[in-house]
Design a protein around this ligand. Structure first.
Ligand code: FAD
Ligand code: EPU
Length: 341
C-alpha cells in the first residue's frame, strides 16, 4: 500500500515517515468512532498525540489517528479542585490554565511537550513530581468492547516511566480523558536540584513554574529548532550492592536512593563519562548540552537514531556494566518495534 500522508510535522524528532491514512479526532465521539472502526477492520492503528515520545522507523502501513479532542471541566469541594480534561488538550497549556485559575499542583510539570491523553502512559515526571501524584482517574476506550472505561489512579500500575497502558493494556486502550485531583492545601515540591534555592516559606506555584521553565529551556533543545524526543533513555535503577561497587570505581557517579533501597542512576552522567556527549553518527547525535537527549541534526532517519541509541547502550554497558533502556516508543510499519530495526 502506498503511504500518502507525511508524519514529519507530527513527530518532534522531525522524521520523514508517512502513513497510509491520517485522521483527525476533534472530539471524544470522533476518537471513539475512528479508533473503533480501524480496530474492527483489523488494520494497523497508531494513536498520536504530540508525537514527542515516538521514533518512526518506517512508513506506517495503516491509520494514524491524531488526538485533538478539547475540553476542561473544573469543579471543587472543600478540600480539592478537580479537573476533567479531554485527551487532546496540550499538556503545558493545561499547566498554564491551572495556574491562571489559582490552582497549584501542576507547576513542576511545566513545559513537558505532548497531550494530556499521553501523560498517563509513561506517567510523565519532572522536577520531583510525577503524574501519579495528581492523577485521580484515567478514562479509556476499550478497543475490544468499544466501551469507555474508567480506572482509578491506584489501578493504573504507575511507576517510574511506566503504567498499565504500557503493560497489560498496551494496544488495547485509547485514553480519552484524564481526571486530576489537586489539593487546596498545596505544599511546594522544591527538593529537586535546581529548585532547592527557592525559599520554602515564601515560594509560590508561579515561581516554581517560572524556575522550571527557565531551567528546562536552558537544558533541553527546543524540538522546533533541533528534532528530539526528550530523554532518550530511562535513568536505570540498580541494586544498592552494584551501586556501591560502582562508587568505588567512579566516586563522582550520580545516583538517587529509591524507597526500596535500589538506586536510580543519572543516565546522562553515564553517557557523558563514557565519552559520548556530542557524539555524532551520520545525521544523528548525542546532544552536546544534555547527553540523555538524542537529536536529529537534519535528515536523520528513525533507523539512524536507533543505530546511535544502540551504540550508546553498548558503550555504557562496556564501561559501567549498566544496561540502558530506551524511553520513547519505536514505531515500525505496523506497530511498536525495537531499537534493532
Ligand atoms: P506521543 O509521542 O504522540 O505518543 C507516545 C505514545 O503514546 C505512543 O505509543 C502513542 O501511540 C501513545 N499515545 C498517545 N496518545 C495516546 C492516547 N490518547 N491513548 C493511547 N495511546 C496514546 N517526558 C517526561 O515524562 N518528562 C519530561 O520532562 C519530558 N520532557 C520532554 C522534553 C522534550 C523536549 C521532549 C521532546 C519530550 C519530553 N518528554 C518528557 C517526553 C514526552 O513529552 C512525554 O512522553 C509525553 O507525554 C508524550 O506525549 P505525546 O502526546 O507527544 O505522545
Ligand atoms: N548529567 C550529566 N551530564 C549530562 C546530563 C546530565 O552529568 O549530559 C547529570 C546532571 O549533572 C545531574 C543528573 O545527570 O546531576 C541529572 O540530570 P537532570 O537533572 O538534567 O535530569 P535527567 O536525569 O537528565 C530527568 C528526566 C527528564 C526530566 C528531568 C527533570 C528521565 C529519563 N529524564 O532527566 O525527563 O525533565 O529529570 O526532572 O527520567 C524525559 O523523560 O523526556 C525528560 C526530559
Amino acid at each position: 500500500m502506498p503511504c500518502l500522508y507525511s508524519l514529519k510535522p507530527f513527530n518532534t524528532l522531525g522524521l520523514e515517515q508517512s502513513c497510509f491514512s491520517l485522521v483527525e479526532a476533534k472530539s471524544k465521539g470522533e476518537l471513539v468512532a475512528h479508533c473503533s472502526a480501524v480496530w474492527q477492520a483489523k488494520q494497523p492503528l497508531l494513536v498520536l498525540g504530540g508525537g514527542s515520545n515516538v521514533v518512526l522507523t518506517d512508513d506506517f502501513n495503516g491509520t494514524v489517528i491524531r488526538v485533538l479532542s478539547k475540553g476542561i471541566k473544573l469543579t471543587e469541594d472543600e478540600a480539592n479542585f478537580y479537573l476533567e480534561v479531554e485527551a487532546g488538550e496540550n499538556w503545558h497549556e493545561l499547566v498554564e490554565y491551572s495556574l491562571s485559575n489559582n490552582i497549584p499542583g501542576l507547576e513542576n510539570l511545566a513545559l513537558i511537550p505532548g497531550t494530556v491523553g499521553a501523560s498517563p502512559i509513561q506517567n510523565i515526571g519532572a522536577y520531583g513530581v510525577e503524574l501519579c501524584d495528581i492523577c485521580d482517574w484515567v478514562e479509556y476506550l476499550d478497543l475490544a468492547s468499544g466501551d469507555l472505561k474508567r480506572l482509578k489512579s491506584s489501578d493504573c500500575e504507575f511507576a517510574y516511566r511506566e503504567s498499565i497502558f504500557k503493560g497489560k493494556l498496551r494496544d488495547k486502550a485509547v485514553i480519552s480523558a484524564v481526571g486530576f485531583c489537586l489539593s487546596k492545601h498545596w505544599q511546594p515540591k522544591i527538593s529537586y536540584g535546581p529548585l532547592q534555592s527557592l525559599d520554602s516559606k515564601t515560594v509560590t506555584a508561579r515561581e516554581i513554574f517560572d524556575t522550571v521553565c527557565k531551567v528546562r529551556s536552558e537544558k533541553l533543545p527546543d524540538p522546533a529548532v533541533l528534532g528530539n524526543a526528550g530523554s532518550f533513555f530511562k535513568n536505570p535503577i540498580i541494586k544498592a550492592e552494584q551501586y556501591i561497587r560502582l562508587t568505588q570505581r567512579f566516586p563522582t557517579i550520580v545516583g538517587y536512593a529509591q524507597k526500596n533501597g535500589d538506586v536510580k542512576l543519572a543516565a546522562g552522567w553515564l553517557i557523558e563519562q563514557a565519552g559520548l556527549k556530542g557524539f555524532v553518527l551520520g545525521n544523528a547525535a548525542v546532544h552536546d548540552k544534555q547527553a540523555l537527549v538524542l537529536v536529529n541534526k537534519g535528515g536523520a532517519t528513525g533507523k539512524d537514531i536507533c543505530r546511535l541509541a544502540l551504540h550508546v547502550i553498548a558503550k555504557v554497558n562496556e564501561v559501567f556494566g549498566v544496561l540502558l533502556e530506551a524511553e520513547p516508543r519505536i514505531i515500525g510499519t505496523a506497530g511498536e518495534g525495537h531499537l534493532d530495526v
